[in-house]
Write a protein that binds this ligand. Structure first.
Ligand SMILES: Nc1ncnc2c1ncn2[C@@H]1O[C@H](COP(=O)(O)OP(=O)(O)O)[C@@H](O)[C@H]1O
Ligand SMILES: [Mg+2]
Length: 357
């Protein structure tokens, strides 16, 4: 649906060019919810402005639905922009217009619809976002969550193929955030609209997205299914964003396997394994003791996961690891050759990890 090839963008600054994006390759499939996460200044909003064609890249190409849009001009450019709906962090509603008036506005701008058709469409849109009763209120009479629902209805008015949300929930409290994310998922499911969610919060990604790209200093440093990126973050920037969502996870830094005289492993249980009592059974069968050093449990969208960092010691640690893997548990072992570094786990270093046991 959206493809970015070798995108770079720099701005003229006082002391020479400021590079906001560099060498970005991204591909967003039709109908998915794609997340773009990064901390402040990473280049997220710049990327949004390239996707919604408000800015042109310094280098590279943007494709929307197979069309190379980087060179689009005039009426075609306006048409393409209409096919992309935008939801903003601060709602950007017109305070002098009612809820219905705000949603009608983009339809009026096209000059393509009569009054009755607009009123019909606005009714449908307000019903979809659950605001029918508030049609005649003004933005100042609404809560933050309701304002953002107006923002979503307005973004959908011209029946876009893509909904771009730049920090759409960042001004909302956690409960309202959840409700707005649910709404976005429902719209994605019901209308098949491709949703691009830009955020600095890993929780938003975890609850909502199919795939995610991590931006750091203008580069896409990691991308893939949310399950992979969230449970097996590789880049330090990703790790930082995951940790921000789980402040207690700092205990991982304290793990030093040399003190423990055992093998330190990260066990990830997903799917049916998230609820199976497999760890205890495997430990008994292999006469292995385990202690849990850190852990997290929760959901990625609807799918439960559990992830524990354990130290294993006893008769047949290798047998226990093999048993866990055979049972579908994802086992990664701490790489002891990288001592001094906090908790580096890898599925490949079984020998190096076991050597010292
Ligand atoms: N119009 C602009 N002129 C100069 N620098 C800009 C402009 N827009 C963004 N930047 C710079 O590009 C970088 C990325 O900004 P931005 O895309 O807003 O990041 P984010 O949305 O992730 O916080 C920042 O260093 C910012 O200062
Ligand atoms: Mg931004």
């Amino acid at each position: 649906m959206i493809r970015l090839e070798g995108i770079s963008k720099s701005f003229a600054g006082k002391d020479g060019p400021v590079v906001a994006l560099e060498g970005i390759d991204l591909s967003i499939a039709k109908g998915e919810i794609f997340g773009i996460i990064g901390s402040s200044g990473a280049g997220k909003s710049t990327l949004v402005r390239l996707i919604n064609l408000l800015e042109r890249p310094t280098g590279g190409e943007v494709f929307v639905a197979g069309e190379r849009v980087t060179e689009a001009r005039g009426e075609r450019l306006r048409e393409l922009r209409r096919s992309i709906g935008m939801v903003f962090q601060h709602f950007n509603l017109l305070s002098a217009r009612t809820v219905a008036g705000n949603v009608a506005y983009p339809l009026e701008l096209t000059g393509q619809y009569g009054k009755i058709e607009i009123a019909d469409r606005v009714d449908g849109l307000l019903a979809r976002v659950g605001l029918s009763e508030h049609a005649h209120k003004y933005p100042r009479q609404l809560s933050g969550g309701q304002k953002q629902r107006v923002g979503v209805a307005r973004a959908l008015a011209c029946e876009p193929q893509v909904l771009l949300c730049d920090e759409a929930t960042s001004a909302l409290d956690p409960q309202t955030t959840g409700a707005v994310l649910d709404l976005l998922r429902q719209i994605n499911r019901d209308l098949g609209v491709t949703v691009v969610l830009i955020t600095h919060e890993m929780d938003v990604i975890r609850r909502t997205c199919d795939r995610v790209a991590v931006l750091d200093h203008g580069r896409a440093v990691e991308q893939g299914p949310v399950t992979d990126v969230f449970l097996h973050p590789r880049h330090p920037a990703t790790l930082r964003l995951v940790r921000e969502a789980e402040p207690d996870d700092g205990s991982l830094d304290a793990i030093s396997s040399s003190d423990l005289g055992s093998c330190v492993a990260r066990l990830t249980f997903t799917g049916p394994n998230a609820h199976r009592p497999i760890l205890g059974r495997i430990a008994r069968e292999n006469v292995v003791d385990y202690s849990i050093l850190a852990g997290r449990v929760g959901h990625i969208r609807e799918a439960p996961y559990a992830q524990f960092i354990v130290s294993l010691s006893g008769r047949d640690v290798a047998g226990a690891i093999a048993g866990l893997r055979a049972g579908g548990v994802d086992v990664e072992l701490q790489d002891r050759s990288q001592s001094g570094q906090a908790a580096v786990f890898s599925p490949l270093h079984e020998e190096r990890a076991l050597h010292v046991v």
